[in-house]
Write a protein that binds this ligand. Sequence first.
Ligand code: PMV
Length: 351
Amino acid sequence: MERFKSKLSSIFPNISGSVSAKCPSNIALIKYWGKREVQIPMNPSLSFTLNESNTQTELRFSPQTSGEFQVKVYLDNELKEDFAPKIITFFKRIEEFIPFLRNYEFEIRTHNTFPHSSGIASSASGMGALALCLTQLENQLGAEMTENEGLVKSSFLARLGSGSACRSIYPGITVWGETSAVEGSSDLYAVPYPYEIHESFRNFRDQILLIDEGQKEVSSTVGHQLMEGHPYAKKRFESAEENLNRLTPILKEGNLDEFGTIVEHEALSLHAMMMTSTPYYILMKPNTLQVIEKIWEFRKETSLPLFFTLDAGANVHLLYPQKNEKEIETHIEKELKSYCKQGKTIKDFTF
Ligand code: PMV
């Protein structure tokens, strides 16, 4: 952990200013569900970083001497008093690594390019963008980190805000969690996927069907806790690692059917964990299941590579290669959109 301590001295310049950063969200293919202190995953995860769905954050700072954390958070220019406690918890966790947090008063001004509660993790892009702002500011105050050191530290900090956020710091495919399947992987930060990726996965589509727009029934904080003492936890953690191992040759060779089998197995495993925890939850809605059946029917009839994944909610992420987007999007338009709230979907893609 020493490498993440700041090189700054404890005297900070009496200046005001601002830094800003943009960070995308991501969608996990191998899911992180279950952690230990502090924000260490119980299994490795792998995700596609998205392109369009991102958070833009400006961090304004000015000197203060209260000795307390002073933070105001604005979402789309509106003061959000209820966001501040989460940021203060984050600041407490990272104070050891970012020493100037009590020396300035902060205003965080943030904007998401996607709607709230849409099945896209704003905690991932939001914490990612804030972490990038903080390392930028650390450099502005004299830390002299190289670009690569800044990214690794940003991923390390983002993880302490929201685990999956650490994967959003890099574009493309990223991996978080130490595993022998991926050289250089770490529990402390994410790394860009270091192996060959078949061109079928370039520009891979993620179209999100907004089945349900309400607040999340189970927050991920509660969800991770439900894995403590869960009767199937150990097997689940092993299975995620096995799935990651199996995915490596598939990503190289571009076998889409096998890709879909693993990705769908991961999504359903995540939900199976929630259905069998104490207390138990069903986070899918009837329309989630209808859509899944429709996807399977479509694949059987056409052999086209349309797959799904799910986060901890009812919305369905449709995954398909750019090459087949025309036929698949015609099908989505005709057969799947009617299952969404007001026919709403969000289109995104990977690297
Ligand atoms: O980063 P958290 O604590 O919000 O957890 C994210 C968990 C999932 O989105 C369900 C899976 C994942 O790996 O992103």
